[in-house]
Design a protein around this ligand. Sequence first.
Ligand SMILES: NC(=O)c1ccc[n+]([C@@H]2O[C@H](COP(=O)([O-])OP(=O)(O)OC[C@H]3O[C@@H](n4cnc5c(N)ncnc54)[C@H](OP(=O)(O)O)[C@@H]3O)[C@@H](O)[C@H]2O)c1
Length: 345
Amino acid sequence: MEYREIPRSDLKVSLIGLGTMTWGEQNTEAEGHEQMDYALEQGVNLFDVAEMYPVPPVAETCHETERIIGTWFADRGKRDQVILATKVVGPGTHVTHIRDGARLDRPNIMTAVEGSLKRLQTDYIDLYQLHWPDRPVPLFGGRDYNPPRRDDSVPIEETLKVLGELVAQGKVRYIGLSNETPWGAMKFLQAAEGFGLPRIVTIQNSYNLLNRTFDAGLSEVCHYEDVRSLPYSPLAFGRLTGKYRGGVMPDGARLTLWERFARYNGPNSDAAIEEYARIAGEAGMSLTQMSLAWINQRHHVASNLIGATSMEQLKENIASVEVNLPGEVRKAIDTVHHRFPNPCP
Ligand SMILES: NC(=O)c1ccc[n+]([C@@H]2O[C@H](COP(=O)([O-])OP(=O)(O)OC[C@H]3O[C@@H](n4cnc5c(N)ncnc54)[C@H](OP(=O)(O)O)[C@@H]3O)[C@@H](O)[C@H]2O)c1
């Protein structure tokens, strides 16, 4: 395993991070535990969860993923070997079952963190992330920013002060953002400087061969501001394994199970995937491995957050750290990206 330091922190994370959001829905508790055992054995030290998981977020299964990680810690006693990242939800109609009127304000964040600590059976979180901003921004497939008619979003300074309190109390070690924009990231960094509050160390956004929007602005923020990325959905919900090619809908697979994730379908994504599959084939590697290895080699990445519903998938995904993409493969990938830019933002 390769490890990368996150600047201005003592975090040294494995290049592959373990995504967990299928546990409690597509995966059982025992399967989640097996994944953690194997990943840790392979040197994976970053586990990423959220109070909202598993997905899709519904009342019946809500919080199950954190609970599954908690029972693993209680049983294995390996808390000190893991860099544990979780998240607090922002506002949204899809999370009213978590807290009606959830906002990134003091009461909500304090309630969220106490719940996460309890379920995770730990007294500290290594990386506490805002799952998405309190203000309206293009999210989960959205493309364009539209100014709100009435802006009642929680001020960034207010949110950051609460996070600062949690850091001072030792409940949280470092903080990060998710589904953020360059403007939001810079505002958090400026507020940290202005008020002497903790700095964000990571940004967790969707990033894969079908969505390279991070590279337009946030990659520059990462470079100049000593922030690192934690790319999520590196296989575009499984599309970049090639298993949906030719219109196949595999039994039990995420995009077969839930129509709501249709943002990862679409004509330009099909065309781009065909091209990426051709490049991978010519380079003698699987599309999955090429897609993951491409992320592993990007300059802003600290840890590539993979997800798996079986041990075979988990093994293949972790093994992507062994794959080195030659320059001509990266160039061929860029050519396809220029023809089909970001079909699935
Ligand atoms: N911050 C956020 O808003 C956010 C959003 C999404 C994810 N995340 C984080 O990122 C992690 C990973 O995201 P993701 O699950 O969307 O990642 P992904 O890599 O895009 O998709 C993972 C899914 O693809 C399929 N798959 C993975 N490896 C495969 C392989 N080798 N062969 C065939 N199929 C394979 C599996 O689903 P099937 O078996 O069902 O096909 C698996 O659950 C999450 O667990 C979570 O921690 C964060």
